[in-house]
Write a protein that binds this ligand. Structure first.
Ligand code: IMP
Length: 203
């Protein structure tokens, strides 16, 4: 699959934090994506059982509804001592009001209830690109690290204030956005997407 020169690309997400990061990652490649929210596209229910399954479901829905290429990101935080939770339920742990302080407090409480000393965790990002005809390609990236409480930092979004990537001292929310973008799960999935040759570099 290859995006023809000048194609529109819809980011199949209503999460402003994700749309912002995806725009920053695609900007250097001459692609100006449009958010699904800006086009008034509905958000499909995430009924799949894997990150890639949910990314495919969202990419296909946006591509078919808009008639453009669509890129979806399904991502989340998995905690080793919680058997991978919240995982694909990362957004849902924040509830309808998308309150991540509650979701981070729940992780801290569940670790305490289990008397867990293992704080390892990892972020996963599955990216799916879908053509207007429904052809799809998916790419997965992970970043491993550990959790820290209380949450620290104001940058980023979601669970960034409690996650410290391996080899770092700062949480993702304390790092400069460009420094997070250089090592994140999303950056790794993007690297695979870009190296697959789907974007014509002469765009
Ligand atoms: P979904 O992919 O829309 O189901 O949502 C994934 C959720 O995972 C987001 O709402 C965030 O809570 C969390 N998440 C995904 N990527 C990141 C990240 O880079 N930093 C912090 N939280 C993230």
């Amino acid at each position: 699959m290859r995006l023809p020169r000048g194609s529109h690309l819809v980011v199949a997400s209503h999460n402003p934090g994700k749309v912002r990061e995806i725009k920053a990652l695609l900007g250097p490649h001459g692609i100006e994506p449009i958010g699904a929210g800006d086009l008034g596209l509905p958000e499909p229910e995430e009924t799949a059982t894997s990150f890639s399954g949910n990314a495919e479901l969202k990419a296909r829905a946006a591509a078919i509804a808009s008639g453009h290429f669509a890129l979806a990101d399904d991502s989340g935080l998995s905690v080793t001592a919680l058997d991978g939770a919240p995982g694909i339920y990362s957004a849902r742990w924040a509830g309808a009001t998308k309150d991540f302080s509650t979701a981070m407090a729940r992780i801290e409480r569940e670790l305490r209830d289990k008397a867990a000393t293992d704080t390892r965790a990892w972020f996963t990002c599955a990216l799916t690109l879908c053509s207007p005809h429904g052809d799809m390609q998916s790419f997965v990236g992970e970043v491993h690290g550990h959790l820290t409480f209380p949450p620290r930092g104001v940058n980023g979004f979601g669970y960034d204030p409690i996650f410290i990537a391996d080899g770092m001292d700062l949480t993702f929310a304390e790092m400069e956005p460009a420094a997070k973008h250089a090592i994140s799960h999303r950056a790794k999935a993007f690297e695979k997407l870009l190296h697959s040759g789907v974007f014509d570099e002469s765009l």
